[in-house]
Write a protein that binds this ligand. Structure first.
Ligand SMILES: [Fe+2]
Ligand SMILES: [Fe+2]
Length: 560
């Protein structure tokens, strides 16, 4: 039998406390809360101590090159000179430590660049970049960085495959605020959900104050070891600018220098192809500079027009369609959105609005749950929140917002496959928020399908090309949202007959038209004949039943 629990505090312990000195009492009392003993709040531990550099490398981050199958950049911070900063790498062995790498296996490269960034905390943070070259595609390597004496931990990554290969990546909106308190759990949960992610995309506003050593220190701590083993694709938001681009940006993010060519856009607009996906990063912080916008627009069009990759992902900070306040980015919308639509960009990943919004142009809508246009997303990973604006910046500009969220921190998991991209947004606690599947066929035709739910797979979702028909007349039926190849049964049934049971499939007043298979994009497009046995004056509906959906057409009236 369980004994009743003793009430706290337990008597013998109390007796023991009485016997010890005042100092010890204070410490024990602290465990119950400082207010109880009237202790003064401890001082804030100074940022200059928290973030001060040492010869031991920190802030390690993988930066992709334009040849990610055979080369890899890494940048880090350490008190080291340009003469000593270096990286060592080898194909990831089964063991290290007591087990020495095979003779000649370890390659050493000197840092390409070592750049001291003067900080406001009274010291310089020196960033180093090394490029590991001559790598084999799709191969796991381990590397460490240091000065030849003081080293980081050995850290693994896998090079890109030389051609298309399915992979996952993670996308974040603005981290920016509460970077040391609320952001880390988001980064950790995302990594826990996709530990094999090859890329992390940040759509700007990684931090709040462009040149704050403390905030950059917090941002790298939030990412921790993850950044050292997952490639990072970040573009700057307005908070990475303060009278010019953050002094930290280029030293710590040595992205490909392959942008439009303007000095201002060096490593803030860049591109790379990774296993069948073209990533394009743009810098929206120059919206009022016509020349820098025009340069990016023509560079963007060139990349979209001549693109051997099946998939295209574009990221920038200020969204095409804003979700909050009276925010509006007309130059981004008018100059870039037409190109995204024309050339079939798949995902446009944005930030700035500190809320979540996902939508598309209205003209692209094909059914309740499916469109065939560009998927535009705004998201936020950090703890600063803005209220939603009701979607007027979408609806006022020919678009619709399909999913929103406010006062939530999110991360996005994106799984790239040969025929589809699956996108899912989850909250900081790992719960599902929103998702969709992009499918594309060999002709470049596409559907963007909301993830199926109990609610969105029933009801009136079948399209018919006429709602008044005669006996034996042909009706064009279309429906969306299926799995590729899903088997669909087509029924014609009487809405006026009570014995139909309000939609009982195959009921006695339902006429089986036939079976059809959804195509590779999850579409059903079928011409059917109105059955001979229909009753003039009755209204009917087309009913499509499959494993995943039970959907109907609007009423179709038979006139004769
Ligand atoms: Fe922001
Ligand atoms: Fe912003």
């Amino acid at each position: 039998m369980n004994k009743p629990r003793k009430s706290w505090p337990v008597r013998p312990r109390q007796a023991k406390l009485a016997a010890v000195g005042a100092g010890a009492l204070l410490i024990v009392g602290f465990a119950f809360g400082p207010a109880a003993v009237g202790a003064a709040a401890p001082p804030v531990y100074p940022a200059a101590e928290v973030h001060k550099p040492s010869p031991i490398p920190d802030r390690m981050i993988l930066i992709p090159t334009t040849t990610p199958a055979t080369s890899q950049r890494v940048s880090w911070r350490a008190q080291a000179t340009a003469d000593t900063a270096q990286a060592e790498f080898l194909e990831a062995p089964r063991a290290l430590g007591q087990v020495a790498p095979a003779a000649g296996a370890v390659k050493t490269v000197r840092a390409l660049a070592s750049t001291p960034v003067n900080t406001t905390l009274g010291y310089a943070s020196t960033y180093h970049t090394a490029e590991l070259t001559g790598l084999k595609p799709g191969t796991r390597y381990t590397y460490r960085v240091g000065d030849g004496t003081n080293w980081s931990a050995w850290t693994d990554f896998t090079t890109a495959a030389s051609g298309f290969e399915p992979f996952s990546f993670i996308y974040y909106g603005d981290a920016q605020n509460y970077i040391d308190s609320a952001v880390p759990r988001v980064f950790r949960q995302a990594f826990a959900d996709r530990p094999q992610a090859k890329m992390i995309v940040n759509a700007g506003d990684l931090i709040d104050s462009a040149n704050s050593e403390e905030q950059w220190g917090q941002w790298f701590k939030a990412g921790g070891f993850i950044d050292g083993q997952v490639n990072n694709v970040s573009i700057p938001g307005n908070h990475e600018y303060s009278g010019g681009l953050s002094a930290f940006w280029r030293p710590q993010f040595p992205y490909p220098d392959n942008g439009p060519g303007n000095a201002e856009l060096k490593q803030t607009a860049y591109t790379l192809d990774y296993q069948g996906v073209r990533f394009i990063g743009l810098d929206t912080n120059h919206q009022s500079n016509a020349a820098l916008m025009a340069a990016q627009t023509s560079w963007l069009e060139g990349l979209l027009k001549d693109n051997p990759n099946k998939w295209t992902v574009v990221t920038f900070h200020h969204p095409v369609y804003s979700t909050t306040g009276t925010r509006n980015n007309p130059n981004v919308r008018s100059q870039w959105a037409p190109l995204f639509e024309k050339y079939g960009v798949d995902l446009v990943l944005q930030g700035h609005d500190h809320s979540y919004g996902r939508g598309n142009q209205v003209a692209a809508r094909k059914s309740t749950t499916v469109h065939n246009g560009v998927a535009y997303v705004v998201s936020v990973s950090g703890g600063k929140m803005y209220a939603l604006n009701g979607g007027e910046n979408w609806t006022g500009n020919g678009a619709e917002v399909r999913s929103t969220s406010e006062n939530t921190q999110l991360y996005q998991l994106i799984d790239v496959a040969g025929d589809s991209i699956t996108f899912e947004a989850r909250y900081a606690n790992g719960e599902h928020h929103d998702g969709f599947v992009v499918r594309k066929n060999a002709k470049g035709e596409r559907t963007v399908n909301d993830l199926r739910t109990a609610e969105n797979t029933v009801g009136e979702q079948v399209t018919v090309d006429k709602t008044t028909v005669r006996r034996l007349e042909q009706v064009r039926v279309s429906a969306y949202g299926y799995d590729p190849g899903e088997q669909v049964t087509v029924w014609w049934r009487d809405q006026d007959d009570a014995s139909n049971g309000g939609g009982r499939p195959g009921g006695r007043n339902g006429t089986l038209i036939g079976e059809v298979k959804a195509d590779e994009l999850g579409r059903v497009q079928q011409t059917i004949s109105v059955p001979a046995g229909v009753t003039s004056g009755h209204t009917y509906e087309v009913y499509l039943e499959s494993e995943h959906q039970k959907i109907t057409s609007p009423a179709v009236k038979v006139t004769q």
